[in-house]
Design a protein around this ligand. Structure first.
Ligand SMILES: [Zn+2]
Length: 128
């Protein structure tokens, strides 16, 4: 039980040099505003300092990106233009996607509640 080498990976606290215990945090924000639950990491039992291995950081990044995908939503009202309907693309989103005026996009229905707007891939642009 007291053997430090037993688990293979021994992590020491950078602040107080205490051995850090492998733990699972109930909640942790790897990126501000995006709370993750049940996050594995290492915690110093003396000062509470946290440490994550490279693999754990990769995992938190991946989970945060997934969370962003589901959180990053905008509310817009449908407007009319000629015979069609118009939904404006928020400037933040356009910037995030680097979407420019004149670019070709494809609109795909998704079940009965919505649609997906997707940038047309370079290769396909000429067809249709
Ligand atoms: Zn410590």
């Amino acid at each position: 039980m007291l053997s430090a080498k037993k688990k293979g990976l021994e992590v020491r606290c950078l602040r107080c040099n205490e051995r850090m215990n492998e733990t699972v945090l109930d909640r942790y924000e790897y990126m501000e505003g995006f709370q993750l639950f049940k996050v594995p990491g290492f915690q110093c039992k003396r000062c509470g300092n946290l440490f994550f291995t490279e693999r754990q950081v990769d995992d938190m990044e991946r989970r945060t990106e997934e969370l962003k995908m589901h959180t990053f939503a905008f509310r817009r009202t449908v407007a009319v233009s000629g015979k069609g309907l118009v939904v404006r693309v928020p400037s933040d989103l356009a910037e995030h996607l680097n979407l420019k005026e004149g670019e070709a996009v494809r609109i795909l229905p998704v079940n009965h509640d919505g649609f997906l707007v997707e940038r047309e891939k370079e290769g396909r642009r000429s067809s249709k």
